[in-house]
Design a protein around this ligand. Structure first.
Ligand code: MN
Length: 488
């Protein structure tokens, strides 16, 4: 290599086309449009004339059959425009060794390309799938916009305590309706619990509020997002629009119904509408949609499919990452700090498990926060945090997903007593306590079902220790308590 040769890969600004079929002219147009120089070696003499109007194109007429390499052949990439695979392979035979060989045109008529050739265009099948998806989305957006144009006052409802996905989807739909000239009211029907969701609602400045008693009387268009009307036990809303990714309920009907169980978030559905219809996505809307998508899919780790990844790709560069970082860094309310401290100092370490029973707690969030935290400990592969909330024993499982399948453990231990289940890395059980049972009794329920194969004597020791903690006895030492081994 000469001293003036560029160091590292630099994209070539010249391409070489060898052959004679009809795809040459549009391909030359494609490259010349980007000010890329084109060399053409062809046996078709009149191509020279046809390509004359294009600047930066140099045509050399060579004998038919393309038997040998032209003396002045430039560097790759090469585009072969021969009719048959046989001819293309012959040309490839005298090209210098390179991975940059494309096959022009004929691949449009073929299902797959011969090995060793690249394709300039996406396969027609993939292209068609994309176009059909777009047609479907455009039809849906038109229908939504028509509904909004005909309405005086559209409402968008979120069920109960809205999660980020519901908020993102609601804002996405409101944004589509705003493009149609309508301003929707966004309402939730419960209470916003999590601090981060309150922060998000304030940040969005949309006026997202709790639904007032008679408010829906003025509504002539109601949409439900990230939920279905049947979620409301009493007085389900009479929704004309339902957009959701939860499993379809039998009683769900609506004039406009888009239920996609395969999607990781409802925000992904709304993003698809906005993208396919080429509607502008503002920064706050992108931020809400991205937060909805990432929190429902645990950063694309849970139930995320191609649509969620496409949505992420579009939203990520548009979103407000300063704000999202703020949300990420403020997950714990001040009131939970004391519980975290108590939980850590009253942990029981058993092999690769940390187990904590908090006794009575105001919210299951405490168990979630502490389980996530203690799972970060070296040598710990799973964490179980239990507590009594509103007369129920709530057990939160967290695991690394490799050594333990905690969802399975949750259901094996507790499915007979209440609701229990989860994924490999997250599980949850809720066991209603009987009248007269207190958090003291819940300790035995926890230990006896979680460690069914442990010897009764060892279980008793375990229960005694945890009961002491729940009653307010301090930990013996500030050392981990080891409860020996089971025959597991
Ligand atoms: Mn959701």
């Amino acid at each position: 290599m000469g001293p003036s040769a560029p160091i590292g890969p630099v994209a070539p600004r010249q391409v070489t086309i060898i052959g004679h079929h009809s795809q040459i002219v549009p391909t030359v147009g494609f490259f010349v449009g980007g000010s890329i120089q084109v060399r053409v070696y062809t046996s078709k003499a009149d191509l020279e004339h046809q390509l004359a109007p294009y600047p930066g194109v140099h045509v050399t007429v060579v004998p038919g059959g393309y038997q040998q390499r032209p003396a002045d052949l430039p560097e790759p990439p090469y585009f072969i425009a021969a009719e048959t695979e046989e001819e293309s392979l012959r040309i490839k035979g005298w090209l210098p060794p390179t991975v940059a060989i494309f096959w022009l045109g004929s691949e449009q008529r073929r299902r797959s390309l011969a090995k060793g050739f690249l394709s300039l265009m996406p396969s027609p099948a993939a292209n068609r799938r994309q176009v059909l998806r777009r047609f479907a989305a455009l039809k849906r957006v038109d229908t939504l916009m028509d509904l909004a144009r005909a309405a005086r006052q559209p409402f968008i409802l979120m069920y109960s305590d809205p999660d980020p996905d519901a908020i993102g989807a609601a804002l996405g739909l409101a944004s589509i309706w705003r493009h149609a000239g309508a301003t929707a009211q966004i309402r939730y029907t419960g209470e916003v619990q999590r601090y981060q969701n309150k922060l998000l609602i304030n940040y969005l400045k949309y006026g997202i509020e709790r639904l007032k008693e008679d408010e829906l009387e003025s509504a002539d268009l109601i949409a439900v997002v990230d939920a279905q009307p049947g979620f409301w036990r009493d007085r389900p809303p009479n929704a004309q629009v339902v957009i959701d990714h939860h499993p379809r309920r039998e009683d769900t009907t609506a004039a406009f119904l888009d239920l996609r169980e395969g999607y990781g978030s409802t925000s992904s559905i709304l993003t698809e509408y906005l993208v396919e219809a080429d509607l502008a996505i503002s920064r706050p809307v992108a931020t809400a949609l991205l937060y909805g998508l990432t929190s429902d899919t645990d950063d694309l780790n849970r139930n995320a499919g191609p649509a969620d990844i496409r949505a992420f790709d579009v939203l990520h560069p548009l979103a407000d990452h300063h704000f999202l970082a703020r949300l990420d860094k403020s997950q714990v309310p001040m009131s939970v700090l004391d519980y975290i401290a108590w939980g850590i100092s009253h942990r029981v370490v058993f092999r690769d498990l940390i187990l904590i029973h908090f006794g009575e707690v105001p919210t299951p969030d405490i168990m979630v926060q502490v389980a996530d935290l203690v799972l970060l400990t070296h040598g710990i592969n799973w964490a179980v945090c239990a507590g009594v909330v509103d007369g129920k024993l709530v057990v939160i499982f967290r695991g690394d997903g490799h050594h333990q399948n905690v969802g399975k453990r949750a259901s094996l231990a507790f499915a007979k007593l209440g609701s229990a289940g989860g994924h490999r890395t997250m599980g949850r059980a809720e066991i209603p306590l009987r009248k007269g049972e207190e958090s003291d009794d819940s300790v035995a329920i926890l230990v006896n079902n979680l460690f069914k194969r442990m010897s009764p004597a060892r279980r008793a020791k375990f229960i005694k220790l945890l009961k002491g903690y729940v009653r307010g006895e301090g930990p013996d030492k500030h050392e981990d308590f080891e409860v020996g081994h089971t025959g597991r």
